[in-house]
Each structure stands twice: as C-alpha cells, then as structure tokens.
Design a protein around this ligand. Structure first.
Ligand SMILES: [Zn+2]
Length: 183
C-alpha cells in the first residue's frame, strides 16, 4: 500500500467513524423522547425512531395508542406477530417495511398498534386472559386496522399514492396468504 492510499484509508476510516458517531448522537437524542424500546442495528433504530417521531408530531392521538399498546419494536427477517407478541406488546419489522418511505413504516406501526389495542381492550373489558382469535385477527380485525391506518395516513397528509394503495386493500384478503405477516 502506498503512503497516499494508506492516508486515504485512514481518512475514510475517520470519516466512517465520524458518521457513526453522528448517527449515534441522533439516535440518542430521538430515543430520549420515545418510551418504546427499539432493538436492532443503527439503520433500523434510525428508521424506527423517524417513523415514531412522525406519528408523535403529526398524529398525537394515534401516538397515544402506539405507546399504550406497543412496548417494543424489533428488527427481524419478516414483519410478523403472534399472540405471544401481542401479550408482550412486541412487534417485529423487516427491511421491506422499515426501509420503505417513513410514512409507510409509520402506517405499519399504527396498523399493528390497533391489533394490540383490540387484543388488550378485550382482556380488560372481559377480565379474561383468553381472547378469541377473531377479536384481534382475521377479516374483521384486519379491516378495522386497515381503516384505522387509512385515517392515520389522511391525518398526516400522506402521499396520495399510499392512501390509494391502502384503500385498494379494502377488497383484498391480504392476510390469508401471509399468516399474520403484516405489510
Ligand atoms: Zn394487520
């Protein structure tokens, strides 16, 4: 390695370090305002905190639901949840969701917070630890979460394409093939 390329390597390593330090500082600052635990790499944390901030500032009531019904958001290979996730109020999101535009990721979080709300509200009202599947999943629940998400997108003045995309799901049984995979 020549001295010149050695210097360049050192400089680019310094640059990467600087970028990482800046990312870290941004994450710390954003996370300070948000009570939800976010688990994953730096990119995932930034994307998740951006989505949560968007909900917090543009749709405060929806944000109240998000923080009441979601405790933790984790990075995963696919976006999904099961009943045990609902009990723990933990949701997993994969790259196609968290790397998409922030409005779309925010929609997915809001949509899933409503699944959790349906589940926990039933437990509270019926003072029961067992919740029938059709309360929080299946056709009725999915369409309720979809409508709740559409209201959110309208509230934040989201891209018209996204709103239309969601509205087109009113006649699609998307959850059937995906086994509770979210979006
Ligand atoms: Zn859903």
């Amino acid at each position: 390695m020549s001295i010149k390329s050695y210097q360049e390597t050192q400089e680019s390593a310094k640059y990467v370090q600087k970028v990482k330090a800046r990312q870290h500082a941004i994450i710390k600052k954003m996370a300070a305002n948000i009570s939800i635990i976010v688990e994953g790499n730096e990119h995932f944390k930034i994307k998740t905190l951006e989505a949560l901030s968007l909900i917090q500032y543009k749709a405060p009531q929806k944000y109240d639901t998000v923080i009441n019904y979601i405790n933790k958001i984790k990075q995963g290979q696919k976006s999904w949840w099961s009943e045990s996730n609902l009990i723990e109020k933990t949701f997993v999101f994969a790259a196609p969701t968290y790397s998409a535009v922030t409005e779309w990721y925010a929609y997915s979080i809001v949509h899933d917070s409503y699944h959790s709300k349906l589940y926990h509200d039933y437990r509270k009202i019926h003072k029961s630890s067992s919740v029938p599947d059709n309360i929080y999943s299946g056709e009725k629940a999915e369409y309720a979460c979809l409508e709740y998400g559409i209201l959110f997108l309208e509230e934040i003045n989201a891209d018209k394409y996204l709103i239309e995309h969601c509205k087109a799901h009113r006649t699609v049984r998307w959850w059937k093939n995906e086994n509770k995979v979210t979006w």
